[in-house]
Every structure is written in C-alpha cells, then in structure tokens.
Design a protein around this ligand. Structure first.
Ligand SMILES: *[C@@H]1O[C@H](CO)[C@@H](O)[C@H](O)[C@H]1NC(C)=O
Ligand SMILES: *[C@@H]1O[C@H](CO)[C@@H](O)[C@H](O)[C@H]1NC(C)=O
Ligand SMILES: *[C@@H]1O[C@H](CO)[C@@H](O)[C@H](O)[C@H]1NC(C)=O
Ligand SMILES: *[C@@H]1O[C@H](CO)[C@@H](O)[C@H](O)[C@H]1NC(C)=O
Length: 610
C-alpha cells in the first residue's frame, strides 16, 4: 500500500462533503422555486374529518351531532364512485349516542309514553323530511316481551365542507310534465327543500331525532305523502314468536304547493338549537330556567327572498307561526316552512338533486333490514334496565325451600315437642341456677315457667320460616316490579349517499417536494383525487323507537304460593299455641281437682314455686 490511495480517498471525502450539501441546497432551491414562495393552500377538493373526537365538555345533543357529522363524512368511507349508498349499521356508535341523547332528554317520561300502552310513539313521524313510517308489533315468547315500535326514515344533508351545518331535507320528486318521455320519470332527479322554522333558522337534525310524536293515523300520513300502507305478517319467527308490521316506505313527497316559493341562501341561515324546539332547554339541550325567546311572526330570515324578488320578512305569507305550546323540556316539532336553496347551481343543490332520489330508494331497502331490531330483539337497545323474570328452575327451588321451611316448622312444633320443651326448660333452669323440674305429673308448673321455653320454640320456628320464605318473598316483589314495568328501546341505522366529486375536482393537486421516497411515475401521472368534502352529502337516518313490556309474569301463581305457605305456617303456629293453651287448662283443672281431692299436692307444688 502506498500513500496515494489514502489521499484519493480523502479527496473523495472532501468532494462529497462539499457536493452533497450543495446538491441538497440546490434541491431546496429548486423546490423553493417550484413552490413559488409559501406552500400552497390545500386544494378545495381535500377535506379532513370534521372532528377527530370531542375536545371539551360536550353535552349529549352536541355529541349526537358530532357523531353524525363523523359518521357521514366521506373520509369515513374513502374514495367511492359517486352515487354509492353506504349502509352503516350494527356496531357503529350512532345507536349508543342516540340512546344517550334520549336519556339526556329523559324521554321515558314523555307524555306520549304516559298514555295507554297501545299508543304508538315514534321519532319525528310528522316531520316533512320523513320518507317512511313503519309500525311494528311483536309477541316474543323467548324474551317474554310484547310490544311495538315505530321506524321512521328522516333525510338530512350537510350544508358545508366540514358538515358543521347539518339539517333535515325533504326529498321531493319534481314535476315531469314537460319531460318528453315517461322513462325519464325514474331515478336520478330530485327536488330538495329545507325546513325553515319560526325565528328564521333551519330545522335541527338533533331536534328531529329527539321529537317524540304519536302516530295517530298511519293511512292518513301515507296519503299525505302520496303512498299507501302495506301490511306484513303475521310473521312467525318460530313457535309462538310472531310479529307484524304496517308499513309505508319510499314515499315520494309532493312538491310543496306554495304560491310564491321562497328561496334562501343556505350559507346565511343558522341551524336551530334545541331551545327553539322546547321550552326549558338551552340551545345545547341542557335544562334551563331562562325564558324561551318566543319566535315572532315578523322575524327576518337572512338571505331569503320570494321567487318574485320581494324580500321575506316572515309573516302570514311565509306561514311561519309560533309552535303550539308544547310540553316542557321535550322537543316539540315547530311548524315548518319549505324553502328552496337559492344557490341552484351550487354543490349542495347539485348533490341533493342528483342523488336524492337514489338515496330515497336505498334508504327504503336499508329500512327493511331493521325487522329484528324493531321487534325488540336486542336487549342492549333498552334505555333502562329490563327487570329480570324468575326462571322456572329458580321458582322450583324457591318453592321447595318454602315447603322445606314449612315442614321444619311442623316437625319442630308437632313431632314430640314436649321432649324439646323439657330440654329447653332444663337448659333454662340450669342457666338460672335452679333445680331441674321433677318429671312428675303431680307437679303444677306455673304458666310463666312453662311459657318461656314455648316462646323460645316459637321464636325458633318463626326465624326458620323467615329464612326459608325470604327468597320467595323477594321473587314475588321482583315479579310485581316486572309486571308493571314498561321499557323504551331505541336504535338508529344510517344510509349515506357518496357524492363523489362533481366537476373540477382535479384542480391543483399538490406536487411532491422531494424525490425521496420515490413516487412511481404512473402515480405521479394520475394521482388519486382528493377526498371529497362533506358539503352536499345527503343521508337518511333510520331511527326505531319502541316500547315493550313482559308478556306474562308468574306473579299470580307465586303470590298464591307465598300466601298459602304463609297461611299454613300461621295455621301451624296458631294450632300449636291453641293446643298448649288447652293442655295447660286441662292440666291446671286436673291439678286443682287433685288438690281438692287430697290437699296433698299443694305443699309439693308450693315447693316447686319457690
Ligand atoms: C285514517 O285516515 C284515513 C284516510 O285519511 C281515513 O279513511 C280513516 O277513517 C282514518 N282512520 C281513523 C281511525 O281515523
Ligand atoms: C300478540 O298477542 C296479542 C294478545 O295475545 C294479540 O292480540 C296480538 O294479535 C298478537 N300479535 C301478534 C303480532 O302476534
Ligand atoms: C350566499 O351568501 C354568501 C355569503 O353571504 C355569498 O358569498 C353567496 O354569494 C350567496 N349566494 C347566493 C346564491 O346568493
Ligand atoms: C345555473 O346554471 C345554468 C346553466 O349553467 C344557468 O342558465 C342558470 O342561470 C344558473 N342559475 C343560477 C341561479 O345561477
């Protein structure tokens, strides 16, 4: 080895030390030039999930809105072809969140649920955005529950990129009179209207999901929506488990027939809080004592104009009147006014018109997957604990125990009780330091002396009876509780329509800043489109709201058994006491006679008394 090689190596090292940073710098410079100054703003086609979880105190209604926002975000589903219906059910958190919302509003105390058991109460059955209502009725011998449920289909839409504004939408079929052929009547075209409520806000989806209403006449409701009621059933699950349903789904809502339609700039309208639905609630849904700001007739709805150009300022023309005085704290549906989106060429309007009709049909087919849920099949859906019923084996054991107690009492009281009493007496006298009683019929034992061991024996019998009957008493109380129990269950599924990207989404995708890690040239040539935003994503919520109670409890036979057992125990004790009483009478009489006869025993008995 000579010295040249090390110097060459050193030269290379030096070269690399100078060149590599230079190359790196020039790369930076090129990148900076390519960048043209500050990094580009994220292109409008890129969206992030609205929320990645609550960050502060969040009330149940806010949590519901947040969960819904996340559930319908396209980020949840990745890239999909526009017009893909995504069915989110079983296992998504929406049901649990909705149950929390209903618990928060203490919906089990709702006046509708206080009416007779047969009353059908559902969520937002009369809302103009409701596309279908189904009434279920079930008898289930396995869960031993009977009850009924109301399924509704409520459509909603996101009005902005992050879906902060989220509101119900009524999906109508537009008039096709002018269309050339009848084939164009089907699919792909919808007219969407929004619900303005008194006070000039858009209806709240949380309010819609928390509004419990009675279904008075399903046929009338269906007729209003241009459809008819069909009947399912009776469907036999197996043996005596049956259900039936009266259903209308997939209603084609008629276009609202206002003379001069009202158009609103949806970006300027607020979405109502729960306070505009219910007295005694804050906008966030917390109880409040602040007086409700009653909406006046002459409220401004910003950005709303009539189609003839005149500005809207509420009033009789608009039809927005104050909601009828509802019950306190429960959201009551305010009266609605249909308005159209003024931005007729905007994303929201385009998405809703293009996919609304498809969504309507997709929601209807998704709704038909809820039979099991609507017939009380899932115990987890109950808002409060279902009181347990006693199992047959449990009942057998309890009855056996009670009979055993009865038998023990009988043996103690009637099977040679005198021996037992004498033993007690002996123990008692020993304890009191007295001489044992002579086993002699001629002795008159004073009643008090005789009664102590008898009382001890009775006490023993009573304690045994209490211990042995107690389980039966507990079960009777439990069954009585179960007999009067009525429970509410709730569940929600979701169908979301993927809007895909409509027009111009390929604009300004980001350029990679460095060549490492290398991006395949094929990907560079055709990068994936950015995730679509939530704006214009429409969805249908499928809430099920039901009531159930126990079909039949074993309260009557159990109560009768308990009564009989108690009566028998009482009878045994009474009989024993009566026999004792009679025996002492006889004994005293006999003794008295003997004293009268001989006058002898007196001395002896006096001896014992001392
Ligand atoms: C329900 O509505 C239908 C149609 O409007 C009507 O024919 C029927 O009598 C109503 N039923 C009840 C019980 O009111
Ligand atoms: C459930 O049971 C009740 C009472 O026995 C009966 O009137 C009703 O028709 C039954 N319903 C179904 C769906 O079987
Ligand atoms: C709606 O209002 C927003 C903001 O006020 C405005 O930028 C937009 O142009 C309006 N859209 C229409 C269709 O008037
Ligand atoms: C919507 O777009 C169509 C065609 O591009 C145009 O004729 C119409 O005037 C637009 N409407 C509004 C309200 O901007």
């Amino acid at each position: 080895m000579d010295g040249r090689h090390p110097s060459r190596v050193r030269g290379l090292l030096w070269a690399s030390v100078v060149v590599v940073p230079a190359v790196a710098l020039s790369g930076r410079w090129h990148a900076a030039v390519a960048q043209g100054g500050p990094p580009p703003a994220p292109p409008s086609s890129m969206c992030s999930p609205a929320h990645s979880g609550p960050t502060e105190d969040i009330s149940a209604p806010e949590r519901f809105e947040d969960a819904l926002r996340t559930a319908v975000s396209p980020v949840n589903f990745g890239l999909r072809i526009a017009g893909t219906a995504v069915h989110a059910h079983d296992g998504d958190p929406m049901s649990a969140v909705m149950q929390d919302l209903l618990r928060h509003l203490n919906v089990e105390q709702h006046p509708c649920l206080q009416r007779p058991f047969e009353t059908r109460c559902g969520l937002s059955v009369n809302h103009p955005a409701t596309l279908g209502v189904s009434l279920y009725e079930f008898n289930d011998t396995e869960t031993r529950l009977t009850g009924h449920a109301v399924q509704t289909e409520v459509a909603g839409i996101c009005l902005d990129d992050a879906c902060i504004k989220i509101t119900p939408v009524a999906i109508h079929r537009p008039s096709f009179e002018s269309m050339p052929s009848s084939s164009s009547r089907h699919g792909g075209v919808a007219a969407c209207s929004y619900q303005l409520i008194p006070g000039g806000s858009l209806a709240s989806i949380v309010g819609a999901m928390a509004t419990v209403e009675e279904v008075r006449n399903l046929s009338a409701l269906a007729a209003e929506r241009g459809t008819v009621v069909t009947e399912y059933g009776v469907v036999v699950r197996h043996a005596d488990r049956t259900w039936r349903a009266d259903v209308f789904r997939d209603a084609i809502l008629p276009i609202p027939a206002e003379n001069t339609p009202l158009f609103c700039n949806l970006t300027e309208l607020k979405v109502a809080g729960l306070d505009s639905y219910a007295e005694g609630l804050s906008a966030k849904g917390d109880p409040t004592s602040a007086p409700r700001r009653l909406p006046t007739l002459k409220t401004d709805a910003p950005g709303c104009t009539f189609s003839n150009g005149s500005p809207y300022s509420g009033g009789p023309d608009g039809g927005a009147v104050a909601p009828p005085p509802g019950s306190r704290t429960f959201p009551a549906a305010p009266s609605f006014l249909h308005v159209a989106d003024a931005d007729v060429n905007g994303t929201v309007s385009l998405h809703c018109s293009r996919y609304g009709d498809l969504l309507r049909v997709a929601a209807s087919s998704a709704a038909s997957t809820q039979d099991a849920v609507a017939t009380g099949h899932q115990g987890a859906n109950f808002l409060s604990r279902v009181p347990p019923l006693a199992a047959p084996i449990e009942i057998t054991l309890l009855v056996v125990t009670a009979v055993q107690g009865l038998f023990t009492a009988f043996v103690l009281l009637f099977d040679r009780p005198d021996e037992r009493l004498r033993r007690f007496e002996a123990t008692y006298r020993q304890w009191r330091d007295r001489a044992p009683l002579p086993l002699n019929d001629n002795v008159i034992v004073p009643r008090r002396e005789r009664n102590v061991p008898r009382a001890v024996l009775l006490l023993l019998v009573i304690i045994i009876a209490i211990v042995e009957f107690l389980p039966l008493v507990v079960v009777v109380i439990q069954e009585a509780e179960a007999q009067k129990w009525k429970g509410v269950f709730a569940h929600v599924d979701l169908v979301v329509m993927m809007p895909g990207s409509i027009g111009g989404s390929s604009t300004s995708l980001p350029q990679p800043l460095s060549d490492f890690p290398p991006v395949p040239s094929s990907v560079l040539a055709a990068p994936a489109a950015g995730l679509p935003c939530s704006k214009g994503v429409s969805f249908v919520l499928l809430p099920v709201f039901g009531v159930a109670r126990h079909m039949h409890t074993r309260l009557v036979p159990l109560a009768v058994t308990l009564a009989v057992v108690l009566l028998l125990a009482l009878l045994l004790i009474t009989l024993r006491v009566a026999l004792w009483w009679y025996a002492s009478l006889v004994a005293e009489e006999k003794a008295a006679r003997r004293i009268g006869d001989a006058g002898l025993g007196l001395a002896e008995s006096k001896l014992v008394l001392l």
